[in-house]
Ligand binder design. Structure first.
Ligand code: 13P
Ligand code: 13P
Ligand code: MG
Ligand code: MG
Length: 379
């Protein structure tokens, strides 16, 4: 039997230049050095280091399976080293997402976000890596619902016999740490009934019901619960396999042409619209946003990432397809700025700010405490 490949993305914000903007290039270089060592040691097959806004994303391929201690430790040490670089330059939020003093065997619960999937590599295996900044895992629920549940978005659900069999959804209740698996198309409306509450439910994984394995995985590590107090939105990643019984690359991208409001902009406490762009254009510059969404694509080739670089290039040295770089996304970008500006016109009022339970910052307890004696019953 052919050994299954694992694609792991582990990401963290360990510091950025002048506010929550972008990591210093030397921090990304430090991660590249570490992961190149990981290839030499036989832990990784290949890797690609990139960023969205202030979040460093490590894309890694390996045969160690999901939740591998070796792979998680390699990522953890890379972030530790990058944080050291950030601290030496007194960058903003240096070490922000490293919530634990030491590595305990798994990155989950320690601050960084992770999305991993193990599967049998097909003859042709297109993979999409979505990366978001200034938002939360449930930001993917609306686009993934359109992709896997809506035949008016994904024609493949109607005309591809294997996609037509439907998909299983692992939905997480991020507040109570419970999960449930539900099946489309039969339970489509019930799935949407949960996912519509983006403050509580998020898609963790999607599985093919035609025997193709995992189709998508999202990082759902909610930092507020991890830390015991709210320390930031997760800026989640989502990895998707495409084509031949799964949604096509174009079907995955299409929903991002719509304007979608997502939570987590400015101090983790506001709603803004998803702004699709290249990682090169993902510096949040308007009110720390708008929330960015990037999408990079590779072909998997015997455990290696194949992009536009020459055949057999060194591990880690890649040029992926950069899907939101092209000008057809200008319309979506302009609409995102318009929608975000509209939300800003509400200042500190809902719905521009999040509901009280989701606010990363709030002065309310103090205000209420100071007013305790002044509150009277209304006749
Ligand atoms: P090709 O026939 O060009 O492979 O395209 C098929 C497809 O799925 C396009 O979305
Ligand atoms: P990050 O979660 O991307 O660090 O942003 C935090 C923030 O509050 C920006 O305004
Ligand atoms: Mg930050
Ligand atoms: Mg961020």
């Amino acid at each position: 039997m052919v050994q299954k490949i694992t694609v792991s993305v582990i990401k963290a914000d360990v510091g950025s230049v002048c506010g929550h903007t972008r990591p210093h290039p030397s921090m990304l270089d430090k991660c590249r050095e570490n992961l190149a060592d990981g290839v030499k040691q036989g832990i990784l097959e290949d890797f690609y280091v990139t960023r969205v806004g202030d979040d460093i994303n490590l894309f890694m391929t390996h045969y160690k399976g999901e939740n591998s201690k070796d792979v998680h430790e390699l990522a953890w040490n890379s972030f530790l080293d990058a944080a050291k670089v950030a601290k030496s330059m007194k960058l903003y939020g240096a070490g922000q997402d490293l919530l634990s003093d030491s590595f305990s065997g798994n990155i989950r619960g320690a601050g960084p976000g992770s999305a991993e999937m193990e599967f049998a590599e097909r003859d042709s295996e297109p993979i999409l890596f979505f990366m978001a900044d200034k938002t939360e895992p449930s930001a993917y629920s609306l686009p993934l619902s359109r992709i896997y549940l809506d035949p008016f978005t994904t024609t493949g659900l109607v005309i591809d016999a294997r996609a037509k069999k439907g998909f299983d959804f692992e939905v997480h209740d991020v507040m109570s740490h419970k999960k449930v698996t539900m099946s489309s198309p039969e339970e489509t409306l019930s799935i949407l009934s949960l996912l519509g509450d983006t403050s509580r439910y998020a898609i963790k994984k999607v599985f093919s019901r035609a025997g193709l394995g995992t189709a998508a995985v999202v990082s759902t590590d909610k930092l507020n619960l991890t830390a015991g107090k709210y320390v930031g939105k997760d800026d989640p990643v989502c990895v998707c396999r495409a084509q031949s019984g799964l949604p096509s690359v174009g079907e995955y991208l299409q929903p991002f042409m719509n304007t979608m409001l997502v939570a987590g902009w400015m101090r983790g406490s506001h709603y803004g619209a998803f702004f699709p762009c290249s990682p090169d254009h993902s510096d949040p510059t308007y009110f720390d946003g708008p929330p960015r969404i990037c999408c990079l694509g590779f072909q998997l080739c015997n455990g290696h990432l194949q992009g536009l670089e020459s055949i057999g290039s060194k591990a880690g040295v890649h040029t992926p397809m950069d899907f939101f770089a092209n000008s057809e996304w200008d319309t979506a970008r302009n609409n995102a700025v318009k929608a975000s500006k509209f939300m800003r016109s509400h200042g500190p009022f809902m719905p521009a700010i999040l509901g009280p339970e989701e606010m990363e910052y709030t002065s309310r307890p103090e205000v209420l405490n100071a007013l305790k004696k002044r509150f009277e019953d209304i006749e």
